[in-house]
Design a protein around this ligand. Structure first.
Ligand SMILES: NC(=O)c1ccc[n+]([C@@H]2O[C@H](COP(=O)([O-])OP(=O)(O)OC[C@H]3O[C@@H](n4cnc5c(N)ncnc54)[C@H](O)[C@@H]3O)[C@@H](O)[C@H]2O)c1
Length: 339
């Protein structure tokens, strides 16, 4: 494609606006329309406006659709856009369950178009550097990974659409833990077993889980553990990747609100020489990142795929399906009664 990609955004809430800004910064997209059921979310934009996504897709000449609605509407919009011959970038999660994701996979396969999902954590600086470090072999082979992703919650937490099972399909694991699961899949590959506990421990007014604990094992005996929490009472992101000759520790995640703290990558190599006096405190190397380029890198990758410059490597339908299957296994293996 040697012209700008004519694009519409459906869902102009927080993510729709964030994607809008990234498309504008990129410059290779022309936003031809925006759509939201709520008038107030369309105010202040100069583009053509729609309240009904079907009318929007029927009325506008376009190449690509960006889907940023509530989870429940993602599969129908994605399938409809693909069937009309448009490329699609959709927010995560890929629908509410595996069945939704399989429906989108079938629509994709018969469309010959591009479908990419917004697993944007792969594009954070600390993740990019950690992946390069682990892949370089400097630290040896991965033994295990330990991830914590926690939210503080808000005054309106219980009434948010995210905690309405019909609209979201699940709780904190599907909303936020899914990013950590995607990273574990990214670093460790496929898992062969899952143990879990999933419960609603403190938010009495919600129908979905506020905590999920899971332990996975690969065929090669590597272990990954995850705690996804809406009762951290503080925003928190931590991922340790422990290898045979060293360790990478990711702490914090740069976001627009800076509420997850600074984004730091620390790594150190095994040092068993007690004579150096460093036993237990090997030399550490720390990188600290203060800017979030993840949205820009992700949109650039989408554009590169549309123009044929690169193949689609991240956020594929198979990545999406794999992570949804992990989530369904976690739910099936560990769901308890709630508070
Ligand atoms: N990639 C990430 O890191 C990330 C972060 C946050 C949210 N998300 C995902 O992005 C999506 C949107 O989340 P958000 O935080 O922007 O929520 P939000 O509530 O801020 O925005 C959702 C918007 O979609 C609109 N909408 C809902 N149904 C619609 C429909 N049928 N047609 C048109 N508009 C519709 C709503 O009016 C609202 O403006 C969710 O799927 C969420 O899981 C991804």
């Amino acid at each position: 494609m040697d012209r700008k990609v004519k694009t519409v955004i459906i869902g102009m809430g927080r993510m729709g606006r964030l994607r809008y800004d990234a498309l504008k910064r990129h410059g290779g997209f022309e936003i031809v329309a925006i759509c939201d059921t709520r008038d107030s979310n369309l105010d202040g934009f100069a583009e053509r406006k729609f309240h009904d996504w079907q009318e929007c897709l029927e009325s506008v000449e376009l190449d690509a659709v960006i889907v940023c609605t509530y989870n429940a509407f993602i599969p129908e919009i994605v399938c409809s856009a693909l069937k009309r011959g448009y490329h699609v970038f959709s927010e995560k999660p890929p629908g509410r369950n595996v069945a939704d994701t399989l429906t989108m996979k079938a629509a994709l396969e018969s469309s010959g178009r591009i479908l990419k999902f917004g697993f944007n954590h792969r594009y954070h600086n600390s993740i990019i550097e950690a992946k390069a470090l682990v892949d370089s072999g400097l630290l040896g082979d991965i033994i295990c990974a330990r991830g914590v992703y926690g939210k503080a919650g808000t005054v309106n937490f219980e009434s948010e659409w995210r905690n309405d099972a019909e609209l979201s399909g699940g709780g904190i694991l599907l909303d936020q833990g899914i990013h950590m699961l995607d990273l574990m899949h990214y670093f460790l590959g496929e898992f062969s077993s899952v143990k879990s506990v999933v419960d609603t421990l403190a938010w009495s007014g919600i129908q979905v889980e506020d905590n999920a604990f899971a332990i996975f094992e690969t065929d090669r005996g590597q272990i990954a553990s995850l705690h996804s929490s809406a009762t951290q009472w503080h925003h928190r992101f931590n991922l340790d990747i422990v290898c045979t000759n060293g360790c990478v520790v990711l702490d914090g995640l740069i976001t627009s609100t800076r509420s997850y703290g600074e984004e730091r990558l620390t790594y150190y190599r095994k040092d068993l020489n007690a004579k150096t006096g460093k036993l237990g405190r090997p030399s550490e190397h720390t990188l600290c990142f203060t800017e979030d380029f993840s949205w820009d890198i992700e949109i650039k990758e989408f554009h590169d795929v549309l123009t044929g410059a690169k193949p689609l490597r991240n956020g594929t339908i198979d990545d999406a399906l794999y992570v949804m299957q992990m989530i369904e296994q976690i739910y099936a293996a560990g769901r308890r009664g709630g508070n």
